[in-house]
Design a protein around this ligand. Structure first.
Ligand code: S6P
Ligand code: ZN
Length: 199
């Protein structure tokens, strides 16, 4: 079989280069039901408009171990109640697969945790590379209220995505804006791994 040819991509130079990605995913407020701590703020906001929270631009590659899936993640600025706009977050279905994020623009954090309940939060700013080791669930949070958080990501082709675990148990830490400061607090609704949802 003839091997694929090498190819290049202008990661982000203009709106026009975004159209060079193969796939564009748009996630709106309605897809994050139960993920924001302030349910009343969520409901009120959704009643107004199904706001776009984040977008993902993917280069499509075969989902097999030797491949690397890659693309651009854009988390828009904003809050639901006190909680910044964020991605759903997920474990990789194949837990032993890692991921690299390279921050291109904006400010944010990556909230991470393992199936055992260990947690970590790392700050993202332009030029910073974050290595998410195997086993760590990850969620990007935009902590700037003025500009989008742009990151470029790369992960193994066979990783897969487990969204269900996070939808059920949540992340252990929430990232909030309180009196213009970014604070990390314990998630009152977090249920320990394997224990189901708290309510
Ligand atoms: C995929 C990688 C990113 C996320 C993107 C959106 O493994 O981590 O492409 O898909 O940042 O987040 P989420 O949690 O909605 O997939
Ligand atoms: Zn991932």
């Amino acid at each position: 079989m003839k091997p694929d040819e090498p190819f290049t991509l202008e990661v982000l130079q203009s709106e026009a280069t975004l159209s060079r990605y193969d796939n564009h995913i748009v996630r709106t407020l309605s897809s994050m039901k139960g993920q924001y701590a302030d349910q009343a703020a969520y409901d009120a906001m959704l009643a107004e408009q199904d706001t776009v929270l984040y977008e993902v631009y993917e280069v499509r590659r075969p989902e097999v171990p030797g491949e690397l899936l890659h693309g651009l993640s854009v988390v828009h600025p904003g809050k639901v109640g006190d909680e910044y706009f964020m991605t759903k977050g997920h474990f990789h279905t194949v837990l032993e697969t890692a991921e690299v994020y390279y921050c291109l623009r904006g400010r944010g954090v990556m909230v991470m945790e393992t199936p055992e309940g260990d947690w970590a939060i790392e700050e993202l700013h332009p030029g910073r590379v974050l290595y998410v080791p195997p086993r760590w669930a990850h969620r990007s949070v935009n902590t700037s209220l003025d500009e989008p958080l742009l990151t470029f990501f790369v992960y193994p082709g066979n990783s897969g995505h487990d969204y269900g675990t996070i939808e059920q148990q949540g992340f252990r830490k929430l990232v909030l804006c309180r009196e213009d400061q970014t604070v990390y607090i314990d998630n009152p609704n977090w249920s320990p791994p394997g224990k189901g949802h708290a309510d």
